[in-house]
Design a protein around this ligand. Structure first.
Ligand SMILES: [Zn+2]
Length: 509
């Protein structure tokens, strides 16, 4: 239909106007069609599938979708017009590694003593992601009740998820052995014969096959499946992990059910396991290295497994801010960062700065020191040992960049306890670390939009500014291909076709 219209125009001698459409998509009768919906006028359109930005573009939104794109289109009287002059329009950002149900920076004691803090935190959380430009999230390990409170928020990013991650008995996040089927199902435990002696007598192994684990994720509405190959944070703990046989079975079942297979891995052996299992996504960077714990130079094994990841074409989420954020256990200066007040409610920041919050942080710092001393021995200062982390994740990201590993943008917000991974802001900090490591700005944008959409099977609806896609957009006051600070200059966030100015998304003062 559109093709015909375009041809007719050309045949009628309006060749010049056809040519002036340039890379834009053809349009039917503009004046008539543009008299409704939302019209973003005269904007520079930046979207990763385009070889170059499209200046002076007009984007029309109807019914929550992008209806038309062109240059020289004119808005009618009844359209809602948004002035895009000196503005840059990009797709809404996608973070494919979050845990929206985790309540860091509030620990259990804080929530028990001050339930209103949790309420305030959760009320702000969806808005915080939007305020920093994240219109789509993928929760890689979602508790069943999370979707209901998250989606009840008046405005929120679209939340996809992997249901409950698959765990092995006694492994990471499953240290407590489930007593009954309800607990085991909730933990999405998988049976493996190598652990037969640890298997609870109350559970029938036939109910905990890889196929049943994948069933549980499908029943929960997951688009992906995650499992952990985490042996214990580089020797701090010693946990069992899924065997190669279990991973292969999960791989086969996820493929059969059309799910994306995600493996949590951050050490050389776990990356090797993920590659061996032909996972689609490795959900972390590579910071646990063999050899000297204090070395900041990647050893040969690290370089080799990164080369293998590049050859295999596996997607990798480098998750640098996980490691940077850990530093906040020892260094509370983030509490004074003015950007934190754009992420967390003021009541939560006041609590964290107060005596209870500071006592909790000191207790956590003590736990960290003890665990590290136990692992590294008394001669190593735990604070110094932790400070190696950021250097390591940056060095490995540089190797991934040099080897052309397929990078995906994910933050793991919030990765751990403490204040180091505040919602929304965490993504902005992750963007900054990528830029500091030398990732080109175009590649950062692509990783957080088109590539995330492709990797998680969402590209039909998301990831670019194209006709038919969901109208999740960011209007920026600076060019994100020229400066990283464009991500600090969000003017308007369009969520599901609804434009929202940034200021009202921030915590109330
Ligand atoms: Zn995670």
């Amino acid at each position: 239909m559109m093709q015909i219209t375009r041809c007719l125009l050309c045949a009628a001698g309006a060749l010049a106007s056809c040519m002036s459409l340039g890379g834009a998509q053809a349009r039917p009768d503009a004046a008539k069609m543009m008299d409704d919906g939302i019209v973003i006028e005269d904007v520079t359109l930046i979207s990763s599938e385009r070889p170059a930005p499209l200046p002076h573009a007009t984007v029309v939104i109807r019914g929550g979708r992008i209806a038309e794109i062109g240059t020289g289109l004119v808005a009618g009287r009844h359209a809602q017009r948004i002035d895009g002059r000196d503005r840059f329009l990009i797709p809404g950002l996608i973070d494919t590694h979050v845990h929206v149900g985790d309540i860091a920076p509030l620990d259990d004691d804080a929530v028990t003593a001050h339930p209103e803090l949790l309420e305030a935190y959760r009320a702000q959380l969806p808005r915080a992601f939007l305020a920093f430009g994240f219109t789509t999230l993928v929760d890689l390990n979602l508790a069943p009740d999370t979707l209901s409170w998250f989606n009840r928020a008046p405005i929120h990013p679209t939340l996809y998820h992997c249901g409950q991650a698959v765990r092995v008995i006694g492994g990471y996040t499953a240290q407590r052995i489930p007593k009954d089927t309800a607990a085991a199902n909730r933990m999405n435990i998988v049976y493996q014969s190598s652990q037969a002696k640890d298997w609870p007598a109350a559970l029938d192994p036939r109910d905990y096959t890889p196929a049943r684990a994948v069933d549980r994720v499908v029943e929960a509405g997951g688009i992906c499946l995650k499992t952990f190959v985490e042996t214990g944070f580089g020797g701090v703990f010693h946990w069992p992990v899924p065997t190669a046989e279990t991973l292969d079975a999960l791989r086969a079942e996820t493929r059969r059910r059309g799910l994306v297979f995600v493996i949590h891995a951050n050490a050389v052996e776990s990356w090797q396991a993920a590659l061996g299992a032909r996972a689609d996504v490795i959900a972390h960077g590579l910071w646990h290295w063999p050899g000297d714990r204090m070395s900041a130079t990647p050893p040969a094994e690290v370089r080799e497994v990164i080369e293998s990841a590049a050859r295999a074409g596996i997607w990798v989420q480098p998750t640098l801010q996980v490691i940077y954020g850990e530093q906040s256990v020892f260094d509370a200066s983030l509490l004074d960062d003015p950007r934190l007040a754009e992420s967390l409610p003021h009541s939560v920041i006041a609590y964290l700065k107060g005596s209870e919050g500071q006592a909790a942080r000191r207790a956590m710092a003590h736990e960290y020191r003890q665990a590290l001393s136990k692992t590294l021995g008394p001669s190593v200062d735990p604070t110094t040992a932790m400070s190696i982390g950021p250097t390591r994740v940056t060095a490995t990201l540089r190797l991934m960049l040099a080897d052309n590993v397929k990078l995906l943008f994910g933050t793991d917000t919030p990765a751990g306890e403490g204040i180091g991974n505040p919602p929304g802001l965490n993504g902005r900090m992750e963007i900054g670390h990528w830029a500091d490591a030398g990732v080109p700005l175009a590649r950062i944008l692509r990783a957080a939009t088109l590539d995330n959409a492709i990797a998680f099977g969402l590209a039909k609806d998301l990831g670019t500014i194209e006709v038919g896609k969901r109208a999740d957009l960011l209007l920026l006051r600076a060019d994100p291909l020229k400066t990283i600070t464009a991500y600090d200059a969000i003017d308007t966030v369009v969520v599901n076709g609804t434009p929202i100015a940034r200021a009202p998304l921030l915590p109330a003062n």
